[in-house]
Design a protein around this ligand. Structure first.
Ligand code: IPD
Ligand code: CA
Ligand code: CA
Ligand code: CA
Length: 268
């Protein structure tokens, strides 16, 4: 498979999907809850996922799709070509703000990320990356990230993770907040990863994300030298939800070593 052709194809699908999402903003959304009251999904999340699946299945019959809304394949392994898709990352923003949401897509071959995309729909910017081919913001090649100290770092983190929780030890998180220059919470994991890639954030941390939130971003982040792991400093397996950190190289290690300690036993 020619990676350049696949890249061109994926970009044109993303742009068409984004155009459809924008057009839909003038009609009334159908909003439903999924696992809990604040876990929202709209008709547009579902339609966008179905749009991708219809095209991918007809043009690349052997490719499989791992999508948040469940219209794709039942994925238990990453063999062959797998498209990991979040049709709208930041659904709450989509509903409440009509901005700050993204299409997040990673294309993996036998478990290796080969193409990644984060399309900020209302900003109309496409962040993309390909394995060993660099990262781009639209047509602009992005430089490798430099170093940052913890004291100078602006860190993306959702405020809910700062209150005592079953995933990380509280004291370390409080120390982190006392030490860093500032924190931000944008409400879209994909956009927060894109902020790390473009140097607007120095790190982004989450206690729980799903494969489709991070798959595209991981391909792009690697190309600018950012490190992405779970909070136990392990590889992300992309089949299950996990904790997540993406950061500049030295900072990544320092944050995990000196500040963020995960609870081995979640009941601690
Ligand atoms: C959510 C967003 C949010 C993150 C959640 C994700 P969704 O994705 O990325 O920022 O904190 O964990 O589930 O549901 O809007 O696609
Ligand atoms: Ca969701
Ligand atoms: Ca998401
Ligand atoms: Ca989503």
């Amino acid at each position: 498979m020619d990676i350049h052709k696949l890249d061109t194809y994926a970009k044109s699908l993303i742009k068409e999907a984004a155009y459809n999402i924008k057009t839909s903003l003038s009609s009334e959304l159908i909003i439903e809850s999924k696992s809990e009251a604040n876990d929202l999904v709209t008709n547009i999340d579902k339609e966008t996922e179905k749009f991708f699946i219809k095209h991918i299945k007809s043009d690349f019959a052997e490719h499989r799709i791992f999508g948040e809304e469940g219209f794709g394949d039942d994925i238990k392994d990453l063999s062959g070509y797998v498209w990991l898709l979040d049709p709208i990352d930041g659904t709450t923003n989509f509903i409440h703000q009509k901005q700050n949401f993204a299409i997040s897509l990673g294309i993996y071959k036998d478990g290796v990320g080969i193409l990644g995309y984060i399309y900020n729909v209302m900003e109309d910017t496409l962040l993309s990356g390909s394995l060993n081919g660099g990262a781009y913001l639209d047509d602009l090649r992005l430089p490798k990230l430099g170093a940052s100290s913890v004291e100078e770092a602006v860190v993306g983190i959702n405020a809910r993770w700062v209150v005592p929780n079953r995933y990380v030890h509280h004291e370390g998180m409080v120390n982190l907040l006392k030490t860093v220059r500032g924190t931000r919470s944008l409400g879209s994991a994909a956009i927060e990863i894109s902020y790390v890639v473009t140097g607007k954030l120095d790190a982004y941390i989450s206690m729980r994300l799903s494969p489709w939130d991070i798959a595209g971003g991981m391909v792009i982040a690697k190309e600018v030298g950012a490190i992405a792991t779970n909070l136990a400093f392990e590889h992300l397996d992309l089949l299950n939800a996990d904790s997540f950190i993406v950061s500049k190289p030295g900072l990544h290690e320092q944050l995990l070593t000196d500040y963020i300690q995960i609870k081995q036993n979640p009941a601690d």
